[in-house]
Design a protein around this ligand. Structure first.
Ligand SMILES: [Fe+2]
Length: 140
């Protein structure tokens, strides 16, 4: 059972970004499963680390695309990324302190991710699609 999954509402039309969004949802769902199944703290920590690493890489990709194109919404979008990362770190910290964060916060993060994509990323994608990125992930 998943709490959130990628669907066509999240499709930006920019392949690299869509692939990364799918990977983020998959990582979140894996983490939710780990919590749900009462997996070891070590396992959950590994899931959280993976999620934060994916998110950081993904945000760097988006920010690079926006910077390259002088996207007018860059600063606002970067601030939003900062808020998302802050929430994720907060979750990690609470978990490490032994608090019962699990399910509620992963659901919250999944919702937040979906909302971010539907609002911020769609606006960015409309702008970027006019001139699709030419850089590849390997060069980022
Ligand atoms: Fe974004």
């Amino acid at each position: 059972m998943t709490t959130a999954s990628w669907n066509s509402r999240h499709e930006t039309g920019i392949d690299v970004i869509d692939a990364q969004h799918k990977a983020l949802f998959a990582a979140l769902n894996q983490l939710t499963e780990a919590f749900r199944n009462g997996t070891s703290a070590e396992h959950v920590n590994a899931g959280l680390d993976a999620l934060l690493t994916y998110a950081a890489e993904h945000f760097q990709t988006e920010e690079r695309y926006m910077r390259e194109r002088a996207y007018p919404g860059l600063a606002e979008h970067m601030a939003e990324h900062g808020r998302l990362v802050g929430k994720a770190h907060h979750l990690e910290q609470q978990f490490q302190e032994g608090r019962p964060v699990a399910m509620e916060l992963t659901i919250f993060l999944a919702d937040l991710l979906a909302q971010h994509i539907e609002e911020y990323d769609m606006a960015m994608a409309r702008f970027l699609r006019e001139e699709p990125p030419t850089v590849t992930v390997e060069r980022l």
